[in-house]
Design a protein around this ligand. Structure first.
Ligand SMILES: [Zn+2]
Length: 498
């Protein structure tokens, strides 16, 4: 068994070597032309005609590669689905990517049109425009393609198509059935997706889901992400006098809603940032094996604090990755009266805090919101869902108006899942490098409800550079990541599961 493993490693490295030199580079060259062509079609999901034009482009590209394709109608914009002919004896991988992009404001970009891709090289701190014809002699993997959705998420779609080309050229018989679902509204929260899974459950049936969106770890190493946090929100308002009052006449007398809210908030956490509300962190248990994976992520907590310019991090976790394993309780906005040049000498009428709670699978969002609510009651506040009436104001000293946002659940696939092991091993042998395994990422992807609905293991296998300016002006894709993406798809699709 061991011998076999070494033999296959040997062949893989031979393969890796020969692929790198010529075949991969010419496929990268082809990918660049195809991506430039794809990016030209605007893809703001606010405009249904744009999405239609993208769907037509995709249908041609997938059909040409032997996929059966269909446009799946939903309650809003349609989804794109493609599959290679099925063989019931093989396991099935479902890939998820998205074709829509964030809106653009061309005035904020360093190029006239964000949909006309520009090739650039780094010149000190500056970016210098290069000619595409310079790619004909040799391709510099450090150069970048600037344009909307080069990274998020058209780049990975093109990498996938070109990996299929290369697999065909090399006559590789795929050990998998391959299905692809492309979302048209990811940047608009993917609202139709959970319902679409119910409607197209049979079509989407697969053994596991691979999501190719977002960037690899900043170290640039091969990365697999097993989950992402969910989110819910709360808005709390405290009340003083019915209208702002002159602070000379009523300071020391009319109760101040700012101090009431400050005291309420101050008692929610200890001085090191840990939530004091009983039960908030219940159910979270990080055993030794999990700790080892968290510690293996090559983050530098020193670099994070240097970059963000703070002296000491909060102590919910002992280090960055550990902190992400817990639900957060974050003040995202805070207001009362006026500030700065507009500050007035008043006792304000209200004070409001906007909270967001990032969720992990152990921390049901509704349960956490109720814990916060119970805590507020235990601090002697009367809770109302609407503005308090005059009667309520006269009956209660301390009132909180409590407004809840909806819950987007977290998702997390077990670190020991065999399909995850397969992906880790495949990346490791392809790139002869450690694979960064992220147990849960801090942010929330809008497709979590879709993932939870599918009820199959899901893994995010990102393809693009971490500094790609995702969602911002000057979005870009490092050309080396195209080679990375093609090799990754190629390896996943050509390696048998066991
Ligand atoms: Zn994306």
């Amino acid at each position: 068994m061991k011998k076999l493993y070494f033999v296959s490693l040997f062949f893989l490295s031979i393969w890796g070597f020969s692929q790198d030199s010529t075949a991969i580079k010419s496929q990268v060259r082809h990918s660049i032309d195809e991506l430039v062509d794809f990016v030209k079609i605007p893809n703001d999901a606010l405009n249904a005609d744009d999405i239609d034009a993208n769907l037509i482009w995709l249908r041609d590209k997938f059909n040409n590669r032997g996929f059966n394709t269909s446009i799946l109608e939903t309650e809003n914009l349609p989804l794109f689905f493609a599959a290679l002919p099925m063989d019931d004896s093989k396991p099935t991988i479902l890939f998820y990517m998205h074709l829509d992009g964030q809106s653009v404001d061309p005035s904020k970009w360093d190029q006239p049109n964000p949909y006309e891709t520009v090739l650039k090289s780094k010149d000190g701190d500056q970016w210098k425009t290069e000619s595409f014809s310079d790619l004909n002699d040799d391709i510099n993997y450090d150069w970048r393609l600037f344009g909307r959705s080069t990274s998020d998420d058209k780049g990975p779609i093109v990498m996938f198509l070109n990996a299929i080309d290369l697999l065909k050229k090399n006559n590789i018989a795929l050990p998998f059935n391959v299905k692809v679902i492309l979302d048209s509204e990811e940047e608009k929260s993917s609202k139709p997706l959970p319902q679409a899974v119910k409607q197209y459950r049979e079509l989407l049936k697969a053994d596991f889901l691979v999501i190719n969106d977002g960037p690899v770890h900043p170290s640039g190493k091969p990365t697999i992400i097993y989950g992402c946090r969910g989110i819910t929100t709360l808005s709390l308002t405290t009340f003083g006098p019915i209208k702002p009052q002159h602070s000379g006449h009523y300071g020391n007398y009319a109760p101040n809603p700012g101090f009431q809210l400050a005291q309420l908030l101050a008692n929610m956490k200890d001085k090191e940032g840990r939530v004091l509300i009983p039960g908030y962190y219940d159910g979270i248990n990080l055993n030794e094996a999990t700790q080892a994976v968290l510690k293996s992520v090559p983050d530098s907590d020193e670099l994070i604090s240097e970059k963000l310019q703070f002296k000491t991090a909060e102590k919910v976790g002992a280090f960055y990755q550990e902190a992400l394993q817990y639900p957060s309780l974050n003040i995202r906005g805070l207001g009362s009266g006026w500030i700065g040049e507009k500050a007035r000498t008043i006792v304000p009428a209200t004070a409001t805090v906007e909270l967001d709670l990032r969720l992990v699978p152990e921390s049901d969002g509704t349960r956490l919101k109720n814990l916060v609510k119970n805590y507020i009651t235990s601090e002697g506040f009367y809770i109302t869902n609407d503005l308090p009436t005059a009667k309520e104001r006269l009956e209660h000293d301390k009132i909180v108006m409590f407004k809840e946002g909806s819950v987007t659940d977290a998702f997390r696939t077990d670190l020991n899942n065999p399909n995850g092991d397969f992906l880790v091993k495949t990346l490791k042998s392809t790139f002869q490098d450690d694979v960064v395994q992220i147990r849960i990422m801090g942010g929330t992807v809008p497709i979590s409800p879709f993932i939870n609905e599918l009820k199959i293991p899901a893994f995010i296998v990102p393809m693009v550079n971490a500094d790609n300016n995702q969602h911002s002006p000057n979005e870009n894709l490092k050309i080396g990541q195209i080679a990375y993406g093609i090799q990754t798809f190629y390896a996943i699709l050509s390696t048998p599961l066991n």
